[in-house]
Ligand binder design. Structure first.
Ligand code: FES
Ligand code: FES
Length: 153
């Protein structure tokens, strides 16, 4: 089946199988490796991407459902250098293995776009679908709070 898709500003036309997920196509056909293969059933958030500006789990979307849509991954928000949020992730040691980090950065970016000054509870809620096995979440939450309008708490 034919798939026309824009990924991080670049247009692609691909022949895909009906059962291919968007995650598979992004990683294996387009070479965009930041969305990670985790649970593959919508539970862990490691495959989170932006589709038309909203976060979705790319393991739950068939590639053909993304036809004529626009996809942005962490690679696509980092063209002009890393964002303030990503800098804060570095400063606050908000990752260890990094497997969860691209998805968490995108979920937090979406939160900050809609709520530039979130509370700790807002951040916890926004990131509830993104699992991290390494950090205990506190350094992640601290980075997102510091990226908010109020600066560090
Ligand atoms: Fe998609 Fe876990 S791999 S939610
Ligand atoms: Fe390892 Fe989050 S840093 S899973």
């Amino acid at each position: 089946m034919n798939l026309k898709i824009k990924v991080n500003g670049e247009d692609w036309v691909l022949d895909v199988a009906p059962a291919d997920t968007l995650l598979d196509v992004l990683r294996e056909r387009i070479g965009t490796k930041s969305p990670k293969i985790g649970c593959e059933r919508g539970d862990c958030g490691s495959c989170t991407i932006f589709m038309d500006g909203r976060t979705v789990r790319s393991c739950l979307i068939l590639a053909v459902e993304a036809d004529d849509h626009e996809i942005t991954t962490v690679e696509g928000i980092s063209y002009d250098g890393i964002s303030e949020l990503q800098t804060l992730f570095l400063e606050k040691n908000s990752f260890q293995c990094g497997f969860c980090t691209p998805g968490i950065v995108l979920s937090a970016t979406e939160l900050l776009e809609h709520n530039p000054n979130p509370t700790r509870h807002d951040v916890q809620e926004a990131l509830a679908g993104n699992l991290c096995r390494c950090t205990g979440y506190e350094p992640i939450i601290d980075a997102v709070l510091a990226a908010g309008e109020g600066g560090s708490e």
